[in-house]
Design a protein around this ligand. Structure first.
Ligand SMILES: [Cu+2]
Length: 451
């Protein structure tokens, strides 16, 4: 559909090119057609740009496109919770949770030496007003240590009405965003009523939502107008690609005339003048400013919860003794050597990886509140009880369609078919102990029991 607009009739092109070659003997009709074709092409390009802009807010979950090993073997999210799923514009909610930094962090991903906690949302539909790692206010990038656990919480405030998928997310420098579990949040009200009051160091309060907005327009609109005029001028008068070819061939004088140079010099002078005047005016209007605080914040205190660090001396440790991933059945069977270093018997209740939770229904008698697309509440089976002080090899079966839907089954096609994640063990009185699990499993592509 678009193609027929962009590409002019080849015969006509040939004719007009020939006419130019014969010494600019184009008749008025030919000239008119050429301009029309160029305008049509310009319009089509604008239409394509507008369409691309309009389809941008897609509803898909990008995390699925990340490789299975990346999601299972980098950050293991757990206890992620959204304090509300329905908020009004201006209402606060808290996204909190814990994250375990996987010990065998994959080589292909940069270490989380510079990491930034964030909420993954489709644009600023909620604004962050504060965030904490442990007890520490953590608005900047932080260093996360391999093998440690961290608790986090993000204060969010409703801004744009709608139904949005909101994830916990940590951006790792050199590794990209690592996305945690997501939940649908409904925001009611009108963005027009949204305010974002912030108290400055001098005690005055401003509304960040509207602060300095006229300056933003005043600086951007003139530049955009100049840029648009520049593009339009070259497009209509000489053609951008034709001009580029001539300049590339070393014949800039064919394209750029004295008038062009004059206008260029005037625009350059105006730009420098605008910058100097703008700088002076801004400096005198705001004599006291500090630069954006962008350094690395450290050190952070990891948490010592029931996480893999253990509580006090009590700890459950595990070791992966091989496993099989049956692709047709979406079933992972792993042999795990468990050492119960606690004073009570424990049972395996949950396996979590890439934000997905596979629960043992024998331990979880009621369904916890968690996004359904990530919760396989009957996805894990394991019958063994491990006595205090005992070491025992157990067989764990993890089976659910979510393996496939969330594309963790892709691990069968990864360059190293390794799983990762956390196992949660529970004592009879409900105390929880986490243990990291990870290592290679063998993918199996045929159903049945044959090897
Ligand atoms: Cu999502």
């Amino acid at each position: 559909m678009v193609g027929s607009w962009i590409w002019p009739d080849p015969l006509r092109m040939k004719k007009s090119a020939g006419a130019r070659g014969a010494g600019r003997k184009e008749n008025l009709g030919g000239l008119f057609m050429k301009k029309l074709v160029k305008l049509a092409a310009f319009g089509a390009a604008a239409a394509v740009a507008a369409t691309l802009g309009a389809v941008a807010p897609a509803s898909a979950h990008g995390e699925k496109s990340q490789q299975a090993f990346l999601r299972m073997r980098t950050l293991n999210w757990y206890d992620v919770a959204w304090s509300k799923t329905l908020v009004n514009v201006n209402e606060e909610m808290i996204l909190s949770g814990k994250v375990h930094v996987f010990s065998a962090w994959p080589q292909a991903v940069a270490n989380p030496r510079v990491s930034f906690l964030n909420a993954g949302e489709p644009g600023p539909v909620l604004v962050r007003t504060a965030q904490f790692i442990g007890e520490q206010f953590a608005p900047r990038s932080v260093s996360l240590e391999i093998g440690k656990d961290y608790a986090f919480s993000i204060n969010l405030r409703g801004r744009r009405a709608g139904r949005w998928h909101v994830h916990a997310q940590i951006n790792v420098e050199g590794g990209g965003p690592i996305i945690g579990p997501g939940q649908w949040i409904e925001i009611k009200g009108d963005m027009k009523d949204f305010t974002d009051p912030v108290t400055l160091l001098d005690g005055s309060t401003i509304d960040l939502e509207h602060y300095g907005i006229s300056r933003v327009y005043a600086w951007h609109l003139p530049w955009m107008a100049v840029g648009a005029a520049w593009i339009l001028f070259w497009f209509i008068r000489k053609g951008i690609i034709a001009s580029y070819i001539k300049v590339a061939e070393g014949r800039p004088d064919d394209v750029i005339g004295d008038d062009d140079r004059r206008i260029g010099a005037i625009v350059l002078a105006l730009t420098i003048l605008a910058t100097i005047v703008g700088y002076a005016v801004t400096n005198s209007t705001f004599p006291r400013t500090i630069p954006l605080q962008a350094g690395l914040q450290k050190p952070l205190t990891p948490i010592e919860t029931e996480g893999t660090a253990g509580v006090g001396k009590e700890q459950v440790t595990t070791e992966l003794n091989g496993g099989v991933y049956k692709v047709p059945g979406r079933e992972l069977t792993i042999n795990v050597k468990v050492k119960n270093g606690t004073s009570q018997p424990v049972r395996l209740g949950e396996y979590t990886a890439a934000g997905l939770r596979f629960l043992n229904p024998a331990v979880f008698t009621s369904k916890p509140d968690f996004p359904d697309y990530l919760l396989a509440d009957r996805g894990l089976s394991s019958d063994d009880t491990i006595a205090p002080g005992e070491s025992k090899e157990i067989v764990v079966k993890i089976q659910d369609a979510r393996w496939d839907i969330e594309r963790l089954s892709d691990l069968a096609y990864d360059t190293d078919s390794q799983i990762g994640g956390l196992l949660f063990f529970f004592t009879p009185d409900g105390k929880r102990f986490a243990a990291e699990i990870g290592g290679p499993v063998i993918p199996k592509f045929v159903a049945g029991d044959m090897p």
